[in-house]
Design a protein around this ligand. Structure first.
Ligand SMILES: Cc1cc2nc3c(=O)[nH]c(=O)nc-3n(C[C@H](O)[C@H](O)[C@H](O)COP(=O)(O)O)c2cc1C
Length: 231
């Protein structure tokens, strides 16, 4: 499965079979995690065969079941941590999808397990990504349209809209899609909007945009808000 197909097929999956991820697929995840940790200066970890984080009433309220493996999303405290976690976390999510696994970003509906899910003093745990064999492949959800997330001036190139169509497929906390994009003089400005996890959502969206448009990180005109307690 190529990356674009994986982006289209990915949906959040909350019900898993309860079968732990195989060693072969775990290796794919571990390779992706290690490459993202290095490129993004992050501290993501794969936590295997640990059902406790998703066995609390909160996780059940969030309709999670059968989660055996997950990735902790963490890194050294810094103003752009949320966005970096989103960008690299989504790269891992798409690699997981390509390997035939399902995923769900989780900021709230899980429980921190001392020992399994601990981070260093200078680090921040933003959340986790549940990963495994879904009971289903998930379903498409409602979405905003391209015109809802950008300011159109009329001189935008086609690649800008290709990027934005892929942004609309990106997972966002509570499906909020609060980001906004605009194009001027060959560069793209991206605004995260306000609310919980909007920086993380923006990082995820930027990964989708770059992948679909074929542009690299140099396309972004810098506009960043500080990372609040919830990124
Ligand atoms: C940063 C972030 C945090 C999320 N936190 C939760 C969560 O705590 N519980 C949950 O069930 N889903 C959570 N989600 C999943 C979103 O609800 C889901 O991505 C959104 O509804 C869009 O659906 P899709 O992923 O199928 O496209 C989170 C997603 C993101 C990006």
């Amino acid at each position: 499965m190529d990356i674009m197909e994986a982006i289209e097929k990915r949906h959040s999956v909350r019900q898993y079979t309860g079968v732990p991820v195989s060693d072969e697929k775990a290796k794919v995840l571990l390779d992706a995690i290690s490459s993202c940790n290095e490129s993004g200066s992050l501290r993501f970890r794969l936590i295997r065969n640990e059902p406790e984080a998703f066995s609390s009433p909160l996780a059940k309220y969030g309709r999670f079941s059968g989660v055996m493996d997950y990735i902790s999303v963490a890194g050294p405290r810094s103003p752009d941590l949320g966005e970096r976690c989103g960008y690299y976390g989504e790269r891992i999510v798409i690699e997981a999808q390509r390997a035939g696994l399902n995923t769900c970003w989780v900021g709230l509906t899980y429980r921190r397990i001392p020992g399994a899910l601990s981070v260093g003093k200078e680090e921040k745990l933003l959340g986790v990504i549940a990963v495994g064999y879904g009971k289903t492949q998930g379903i498409p959800r409602r979405t905003k349209s391209v015109s809802d997330i950008c300011d159109i001036r009329g001189d935008e190139p086609e690649w800008f809209f290709i990027g934005l169509r892929s942004v609309l497929l990106a997972p966002t906390a509570m499906n909020q899609q609060k980001f906004r994009f605009s194009y001027a003089d060959g560069m793209v400005t991206a605004d995260p909007g306000h609310g919980f996890y909007t920086n993380t959502d923006l990082g995820i969206a930027k990964y989708h945009f770059e992948t679909a448009s074929g542009k690299g990180p140099e396309i972004w005109k810098l506009r960043r808000k500080k990372c609040p307690s919830h990124c």
